[in-house]
Structures are given as structure tokens and as C-alpha cells.
Design a protein around this ligand. Structure first.
Ligand SMILES: [Zn+2]
Length: 266
């Protein structure tokens, strides 16, 4: 099974789905984890329509605005039939006390959470209105959440770009934290850099702090338009070849791990 674990839905969404299905089929991608963005008119109700239209293909994530929405929105996301929760641009650090009830509710409902991390495009129309700050989206903020909610599945986006060291060690420490390597990282950094970051497969003794092999903590995602997905897939392939990765770990990265996280075993 191949799962693109990081994708965005755009309006008009029916036409976007046509392109996404066409390129996914061509590239052998079986499922796509997809998120909305209310300011672009892709809110949770639209996501529910997309999920209902493509139940065997999409794994839609609802959007929760940290600092404005209450845990009730988490319940509503579950009731809409969505499969997880996406967060970005919080009004406080991700690990602020005030957000703990949201994480607790997601954990109790078994909804995986995708956290945008690191750099975010400048948005002149929105930055002041939304009070955007990338410092609130550092990988290190996932640490407290992972410790408080070990039963919550946490996916960090973009390997925390540019805070890779934080992301790598958070992945090593916490069995419930995973990362995708979408965004500009695989253009900026070569496979040798990633190999160094995920160092603990080479040292059993010190690697024991966490209980997972690093390649069990990385998942495939694209985060680009359908026409560009092939390019990102090639970058993942390049990394796997560079480290001479065993086939069983490649299978986990391409979709095995995401299938388990979203309850699609088998
Ligand atoms: Zn994204």
C-alpha cells in the first residue's frame, strides 16, 4: 500500500479530485491523506463531502484552529466522518496548557493529528489578522504533547524545517511521533544529511532511548500539486537508495506505517 500522507485540497474541489486521482493512479498511490484550509473555502464541511465522495481513497483531516476552537470541534470532526485533525498557525505555542483539552479529545477519539511545523509562507493578507508566528510551530513543542498523550498519534510535517535536530530527536524519543519530509527539505538537504539526522539505526546501544527504528518514524507525503507528486516520490526514492534501505522499511515509509496509524491494517 502506498499512501501520500500530506496533501491539500483546493477549490473547486471536485475538479481537483479528478487531477489527484489521475496522477495517484499513474504513480501507484492508493490513498491520500488530505487537509483543508477554511480561509480558502475548504472547511470541515467541504472535507466531509470529499470524504463521502471518495471513501476508499481519501483520508481527510479536519481543521482545528488552536486558540479559537474548543474540543467540541474535535467531536464534530469525528461526527462528520473525518479521519484526523490538522493544525497550523496556533495563537500560542503548540504545547500551551490551553490546547491540552483538544489533544486529550483527539487522543480519546483515536484521531491522528498532523502538526504543521516550521516555515510557513508569508501571507500579507493574513499574517497580522491571524497573528502568524513560526516560532510557535517548532518540533520541540511536540515533546510535551507526546509525553502527556502517549496514546495520541502525532505526525509532524516537513521534518520541522528548519529545526531538523529537534525533529530527529523527538522522533527518536517518542514512539507516538512521526514525521513527513515534505516541503523544500529534500531540495535543500541531500540524503547524507537525512541519514545523519536519523543516526540511531547505526548504534544499537545509544539508539535504545526510543524503541523504534528511525525508518519506522518517517512517512511518505507529497504536499504538492498532482503534477509535482512524481518529483517528490523520486526524492524519497533517492534517499532510500542512498542508505541502501531494506525493502521492509521502504514498505513502511511508502504506506505501511501510515496504514497502521489510520487503522487500515491489511
Ligand atoms: Zn502542507
Amino acid at each position: 500500500m502506498v499512501i501520500d500522507a500530506h496533501h491539500h485540497l483546493w477549490q473547486p474541489w471536485e475538479q481537483y479530485m479528478d487531477r489527484l486521482l489521475e496522477h495517484s493512479y499513474r504513480l501507484g498511490i492508493d490513498r491520500v491523506v488530505i487537509t483543508g484550509w477554511p480561509p480558502n473555502d475548504v472547511g470541515n464541511d467541504t472535507m466531509a463531502k470529499a470524504q463521502a465522495a471518495h471513501p476508499d481513497f481519501l483520508l481527510t483531516m479536519g481543521f482545528v484552529r488552536l486558540g479559537e476552537d474548543s474540543p467540541r470541534e474535535v467531536d464534530r470532526i469525528r461526527d462528520l466522518g473525518l479521519k484526523g485533525i490538522k493544525v497550523i498557525q496556533p495563537l500560542n505555542d503548540y504545547d500551551a496548557d490551553e490546547y491540552m483539552p483538544i489533544y486529550a479529545r483527539a487522543a480519546s477519539l483515536g484521531l491522528p493529528m498532523l502538526f504543521h511545523l516550521g516555515i510557513v509562507a508569508r501571507q500579507p493578507e493574513m499574517d497580522r489578522f491571524w497573528d502568524v508566528s513560526m516560532a510557535r510551530m517548532r518540533p520541540v513543542h511536540l515533546d510535551r504533547i507526546a509525553r502527556n498523550f502517549p496514546e495520541l498519534t502525532i505526525i509532524g510535517a516537513h521534518l520541522g524545517n528548519p529545526w531538523y535536530e529537534e525533529a530527529g530527536e523527538i522522533a527518536r524519543m517518542h514512539p507516538n511521533v512521526y514525521f513527513d519530509i515534505t516541503g523544500s527539505t529534500m531540495k535543500k538537504k541531500g540524503p547524507a544529511f537525512l541519514d545523519e539526522l536519523l543516526w540511531w539505526h547505526k548504534n544499537e546501544q545509544y539508539g535504545k532511548m526510543g524503541d523504534n527504528h528511525p525508518y519506522q518514524k518517517i512517512i511518505f507525503g507529497t504536499d504538492v500539486d498532482p503534477e509535482m507528486m512524481e518529483d517528490v516520490k523520486g526524492d524519497y526514492q533517492c534517499f532510500m537508495d542512498h542508505v541502501n534501505m531494506e525493502q521492509r522499511y521502504r514498505d513502511l515509509i511508502w504506506g505501511g506505517t501510515a496504514a497502521r496509524l489510520f487503522g487500515l491494517e491489511g
